[in-house]
Design a protein around this ligand. Structure first.
Ligand SMILES: *[C@@H]1O[C@H](CO)[C@@H](O)[C@H](O)[C@H]1NC(C)=O
Length: 374
């Protein structure tokens, strides 16, 4: 505890008096001393409370009593973690095209952009989606980085025998994550489509006036969230759970009129929605934001063309009325990376991949260069 030195017994009376006199001035029994003691105790109390408030609780591991029950197939990774996955389209052994899908923020392997059944059958597409670490039934990865998730998918592809190369489609935060695959496992890719990939406003190669202008268009609450994630990641859990300041944008405010029309088309059900974050928000949605707006990592503008011999293609799709992902920055990126095939959709917001017929167009472009069925 604070104050109170141990009693000194074997001293002469004189030195004891001198000792008492000397320390009298600062004695904790004087009003000033008492005040000091109170301040010290409260300070320690506040620090202890704050330390506790910033610590995220441990995640509810899938299969444990509070975690999501395991119902999906899973593969075991290099460090013992599991990834849960879901298969779509034609059976694997009938496939002409194999696609790995990377889901967006606050969703899971159920939340995919899939072409119609006719296109799936016509092109013989086999698609695998997986719960990203910390989401759904995949174990959390407290060491998650842009690279680790690329290696996770590398392993998933090996365990599922997807072949040396596969296609990749990622939406929103899943699109930002897909940039990491271009960097870390380009040799595994046959091609990729990034649908409204999220921008990190601190990517060093984006001119700062451009990223600042785009950043300032974001909702003020989102701006604070991104700043806390970027500058003080240790405080992020506290920021998202404190009640003094708003930390979440009211629903719908980030959706354009076109997006609102599409909300009912999203592949969300009450159950699969809830399952996404059953492990807790920290290892799922918070970690997504911490990585998405981090100071480290790489910048897509540093990437080299993964297909210098034209044996595959990388596509970016973007709506020009997207309120979450600024079209201005996306245009800059694709202008600097001329090997990207850029598709800008007038009037579209962030959810355009769920518009009627859109997924068919995106998959045909990626897999057969836009050819229609024969
Ligand atoms: C994630 O989705 C759930 C269900 O729709 C919602 O209640 C929750 O607020 C969302 N979390 C974040 C961080 O957006």
């Amino acid at each position: 505890m604070v104050g109170g030195s141990p009693p000194i017994r074997k001293v002469s009376a004189a030195s004891a008096r001198a000792h008492t006199r000397r320390s009298d001035k600062r004695s904790f029994n004087s009003p000033a001393g008492l005040l000091l003691r109170l301040v010290a105790v409260s300070l320690i109390g506040v620090l202890a409370w704050f330390y506790k408030a910033i610590q995220p609780p441990p995640p509810n591991i899938p299969g444990s009593s509070f975690g999501p029950p395991i119902t999906a197939p899973r593969v075991k990774l290099r460090d013992g973690r599991h990834l849960a996955y879901k298969e779509h389209g034609v059976p694997k052994d009938k496939a002409k095209f194999t696609v790995v899908f990377i889901h967006s923020f606050n969703s899971s392997s159920h939340h995919v952009v899939t072409p119609s059944e006719e296109v799936m059958d016509d092109l013989a597409i086999y698609m695998v989606s997986f719960d990203r670490p910390g989401y759904g039934q995949s174990d959390p990865d407290p060491k998650r980085t842009a690279k680790s998730i690329a290696l996770d998918v590398h392993e998933l592809a090996d365990k599922l025998e997807l072949g040396t190369k596969f296609y990749m489609v990622g939406h929103s935060m899943g699109g930002q994550i897909a940039w990491g695959f271009l960097k870390h496992i380009p040799h595994r890719l046959a091609g990729a489509a990034l649908l409204a990939p999220v921008i990190n406003y601190w990517w060093p190669n984006i001119p700062s006036d451009l990223s600042t202008e785009a950043f300032n268009q974001r909702h003020p609450v989102d701006r604070w969230e991104h700043r806390v994630a970027h500058y003080t990641p240790r405080l992020f859990y506290w920021w998202k759970t404190q009640k003094l300041f708003p930390s979440s944008v009211p629903p719908m405010q980030n959706f354009s009129p076109a997006d609102r029309q599409l909300l009912s088309k999203l592949p969300f059900t009450i159950d699969n929605r809830a399952e996404a974050t059953l492990q807790g928000e920290f290892e799922s949605v918070h970690r997504d934001l911490l990585i998405g707006f981090s100071a480290t990592g790489f910048d897509p503008l540093d990437l080299d063309d993964p297909f210098p011999d034209n044996q595959g293609s990388i596509h970016v799709w973007q709506g020009d009325e997207d309120l979450l992902v600024p079209v201005t920055v996306q245009r800059h990126i694709v202008r600097k990376l001329p090997w990207i095939r850029y598709h800008e959709i007038p009037g579209a917001g962030h959810l355009f991949p769920h518009a009627d017929g859109m997924a068919d167009t995106i998959f045909r472009e990626l897999l057969v260069g836009g050819e229609t069925a024969t």
